[in-house]
Design a protein around this ligand. Structure first.
Ligand SMILES: Cc1ncc(COP(=O)(O)O)c(C=O)c1O
Length: 423
């Protein structure tokens, strides 16, 4: 994005300038890799967030706070909807939500008719899993490292319809993309119908070679549903380029939308085959994605604020954001890798991860480590102790500074020296 485009999107959306025109003139043309290390630029972005002085927030992976301009716009939206009340609901709700959907479709690179706004990834992916016409003996393939509640939804289908779930386990440092593709390929049988693939594993940050997995699966007649909870507005891609049949993501994670916003993408040819979970008497067209989207009366002001979050995101730019987030992760992981008693549960190859990483200390449980980090060091992370991962997940957002990560690295160094390891 050049300076003129920036002024048009950020200024035009009423967000105000993220940077002063002088700063922008300095950074607009800078290559993203160099800009990733320009602290003055990122300090200006950080200035758009209201951050607590009580702790360093390295847990944006659950819910990423809205930037102040987005939050203010959201509050104004709440007032606007409340003011017009039922009149708003009867006359503006549907066209306004369609407008937000169109903006998201442009961001995702898909047709508006292939996308609907949901409340979160859970709703999006559960709609697909439970909307499938399962028959006894049908098989689905997924990974041990997939999100637990998604795995649970597959287990429910197994109980209800007698379908069968097959689990693979993802190596953190694969020798090649082919190793991952082969892993999934080996789990496919003539009964396999659907495969769930995480775009970015939430507990390790590992990015999977989705396109290659999809091509392999399609060649064997298997549909692919991608869990993009953490990838959307975090790394640069367009959903149709992945080739998948279904894609779900949460917007309250890396896009910085209000809580309770997500997307469901269904490839056009696949819409008719899914059963809706909720009924809607108006939606008789089997090929209309909106048949999957009737959740009743819901907080529509959150949908309105999506446009503001997109404008804020676009003003930074996905490539700049991705480069900065990867820089931050590598900044701290490169310092702790190799420390004695320290285990990294995130790929060594920087291309296979971005903001998310996970670190454990031998002899110290992840929950204890997260608790000590918060109580003693005032650093907020989350402990993960499953699927072969035993460490704290660390998810810095764009407002985090390297000097805060230095404090985290110093804390890890201290704990790694203190533990007693019995071999
Ligand atoms: C990989 C993955 N899938 C799905 C979800 C569910 O997201 P949500 O709670 O927003 O529905 C999460 C949440 O953290 C996740 O990490």
């Amino acid at each position: 994005m050049n300076k003129r485009e920036f002024l048009r999107t950020a200024g035009g959306a009423g967000l105000g300038l993220l940077l002063t025109p002088r700063l922008w003139a300095e950074y607009a043309e800078m290559p993203v890799q160099r800009l990733a290390e320009e602290e003055a630029f990122w300090a200006a972005i950080r200035g758009k967030y209201r951050l607590t002085p009580d702790y360093i927030n390295l847990e944006s992976g659950y819910y990423s706070m809205q930037a102040e301009p987005v939050l203010e716009a959201f509050i104004a939206r709440v007032r606007e909807v409340n003011y017009e009340a039922s009149l708003y609901m009867r006359t503006k709700q549907v066209p306004n939500k369609a407008g937000a959907r169109d903006k998201l479709a442009a961001m995702a690179g898909c047709l508006p008719a292939e996308l609907c706004i949901t409340r979160n990834t859970t709703e999006s992916l559960d709609t697909v899993i439970a909307g499938y016409d399962w028959k006894t003996g049908d098989e689905a393939v997924m990974a041990e490292q997939d999100y637990g509640h998604m795995l649970a939804q597959f287990r429910l289908q197994a109980r209800r319809f007698g379908m069968v779930n097959k689990l693979v386990s993802l190596p953190i440092d694969p020798t090649s993309d082919d190793e991952i593709v082969q892993l999934y390929a080996n789990a496919i049988t003539p009964r396999t119908r659907l495969m769930m693939v995480p775009h970015m594993v939430n507990i390790t940050g590992q990015i999977l070679p989705v396109r290659k997995i999809v091509d392999m699966a399609h060649a064997k007649g298997v549909d692919v549903m991608v869990d993009g909870a953490h990838a959307f507005a975090h790394i640069d891609y367009k959903i149709p380029d992945l080739g998948c049949d279904y894609y779900g993501a949460s917007l309250h994670k890396w896009l910085g939308c209000p809580l309770g916003t997500g997307i469901l993408y269904v490839r056009r040819e696949k819409i008719a085959t899914l059963w809706p979970i909720y009924g809607d008497y108006r939606m008789t067209d089997d090929a209309d994605i909106m048949k999957l989207n009737h959740t009743g009366t819901h907080p529509v002001h959150t949908d309105l604020a999506i446009a503001n979050a997109i404008a804020f995101h676009n003003a930074i730019g996905t490539q700049r954001k991705e480069a900065r987030l990867r820089y931050l992760q590598n900044y701290w992981t490169s310092k702790v890798r190799g420390m004695s008693n320290v285990v990294l549960y995130t790929p060594t190859d920087p291309a296979r991860s971005c903001a998310i990483a996970n670190v454990g200390i031998k002899g110290m449980g992840p929950t204890d480590l997260a608790k000590s980090l918060l109580e003693k060091d005032r650093i907020f992370t989350v402990g993960v102790d499953n699927a072969g991962v035993h460490g704290v997940r660390v998810t810095p957002h764009v407002f985090i500074q390297p000097k805060e990560l230095d404090k985290f690295v110093a804390a890890i160094a201290q704990y790694s020296k203190r533990v007693q390891v019995f071999y």
